[in-house]
Ligand binder design. Structure first.
Ligand SMILES: Cc1ncc(COP(=O)(O)O)c(C=O)c1O
Ligand SMILES: [Zn+2]
Length: 465
């Protein structure tokens, strides 16, 4: 787990070694923001970027893939060096947010976190459990994550700490919605300029929830994969800090905090099963990484944990691969109401599929109708209003119990990652606006009888006069 000290100047991404080439006058005029300050790398004794494939270290810099083998870079920690620091006691003495785990987050030395992100409730879901045949079910409720009501607040806060350290003045992201909201909100607070790109067909609430913070929002006429490809080009050309492009290795680490919190909230125990929604496939992998670190450092007892991935059938490249027993993920063209999960060519798909299969878990996908039922079921049983991604997770969880893939009494955590107020359009046509009732007891009585089917609407109307 150790890494040695090395020159921090090696392996700079070619696009960050030289200033951008001089532009034509007309092109320059189109650049909406000036270039960031001089970009740099930094050294840190606790962690650095390493190639997943060849193991080469890259220090700390805005770089997501190994230039030699094009494999993703991962943040690797000197775990033994934090052994005496990352303890149950120190964590308990820390703030009630993700920064209590700062020793195992890629936070530059001297960074002073001030946003209380995360540490969302882990709630026992007895009622939902009763309905789906589970006796030991918990909901990890990131529908109430601060500040923008999705787990993306975790990843963005870690990414922006690095964006500031690297000297970016403008940050951005390609997003299926929640990330856009979070980058917009957090960059506003930090005084960073934000340029955010989304597929044009995003839910209206997610568009508004980005614009309200004053971020520049660009709707792209294409799906997420088109948006993401464009962002890769923009990040290079404009030297902006894109949280899920050139800052991706740091960004992704923020998801580990879901895993730390689950273990701590279960009383420093690991669950038997975790059900996690998948888009790019990063969150599910990082929960696994968090559990591994806790085991290595002795904060929890080692035990097998099975990972279950959840997708919408209309965008199910990872679940299809898992069902075929392979990590060969074939891209799809998304077509689902679960837009936050609509990534047809998932960055971490193969690694996620491999991890799920290796854990003895499974992946499932559900139809748009089942997604709506999942939203309703969680709301009606536990009082938690989740967005479409949570509908996917709830419906998949129900299916896993129904198919006996998860045993009734095992400790199972289902991860709800976003808030239902952002995707109310998914419920269009399912609830009607009731007519107004006059403020008189007789009218109320009549109205209740009407609702209960005991009186004809005409009689109620007449009786109320
Ligand atoms: C609400 C919600 N849940 C889950 C995910 C999946 O995360 P990942 O891309 O890490 O698989 C996303 C991604 O956008 C999301 O917005
Ligand atoms: Zn490599």
């Amino acid at each position: 787990m150790r890494f040695g000290t090395r020159s921090r100047n090696n392996g700079l991404h070619p696009h960050f070694t030289l200033p951008p080439p001089p532009k034509e006058k007309s092109q320059k005029a189109q650049n909406p923001f000036p270039l960031g300050k001089s970009l740099m790398n930094y050294s840190c004794s606790r962690y650095e970027l390493k190639c997943n494939e060849c193991g080469k270290g890259y220090g700390n810099q805005p770089l997501s893939a190994c230039p030699d083998c094009i494999a993703p870079l991962e943040v690797i920690y000197d775990l033994d060096a934090v052994r005496g620091i990352f303890t149950r006691e120190n964590i308990a003495a820390g703030p009630a947010n993700i920064w209590r785990y700062a020793a195992l987050l890629p936070i530059p030395d001297g960074f002073q976190p001030d946003l209380p992100v995360g540490f969302t409730p882990l709630v026992r879901a007895k009622n939902l459990g009763k309905r789906i045949g589970a006796t030991n079910l918990y909901v990890k409720n990131d529908a109430v994550c601060f500040p923008t009501l999705s787990f993306k607040d975790r990843v963005v806060s870690v990414a922006l700490a690095n964006a500031q350290k690297f000297g970016f003045e403008t940050v951005g992201c390609s997003s299926t919605g929640n990330l856009a909201n979070s980058v917009a909100a957090q960059s506003a607070r930090l005084g960073l300029k934000a340029c955010i790109l989304v597929p044009a067909d995003l839910e209206p609430a997610k568009i508004l929830n980005t614009q309200v913070y004053g971020a520049r929002l660009v709707r792209i006429d294409g799906n997420y994969d088109h948006v993401n490809r464009l962002c890769t080009q923009i990040a290079d050309e404009y030297a902006w800090g894109f949280v899920n492009v050139n800052l991706r290795p740091y960004y992704a680490e923020g998801s580990k905090t879901v895993g730390y919190e689950i273990a701590e909230q279960l009383g420093w125990r690991l669950p038997d099963n975790v059900v996690v929604p998948m888009a790019g496939g990063s969150l599910i992998r990082k929960i696994r990484k968090a559990f591994n670190e806790l085991i290595y450092l002795g904060l929890v007892e080692e035990k097998p944990v099975r990972f279950f991935g959840a997708q919408a059938t209309g965008c199910s490249p990872i679940s299809v691969a898992v069902k075929q027993g392979t990590d060969d993920v074939v891209p799809q063209r998304p077509n689902t109401i679960a837009r936050s999960l609509a990534i047809g060519n998932p960055n971490d798909g193969p690694a996620a599929a491999k991890m799920i299969l290796g854990s003895g878990g499974w992946a499932e996908d559900v139809s748009d109708l089942e997604i709506v039922s999942g939203i309703q079921e969680l709301a009606e049983t536990e009082g938690i209003f989740t967005e479409t991604a949570g509908g996917v997770t709830t419906a998949v969880t129900a299916r896993l119990y129904a198919d006996s893939r998860i045993a009734k009494d095992q400790i199972t955590v289902t991860c709800i990652t976003g808030n239902g107020l952002k995707t109310t359009d998914a419920l269009n046509g399912h609830y009607q606006q009731e007519r107004a009732v006059r403020p008189r007891l007789a009218d109320f009585d009549a109205y209740l009888r009407e609702l209960d089917g005991l009186a004809e609407p005409e009689l109620v109307a007449a009786g109320g006069k």
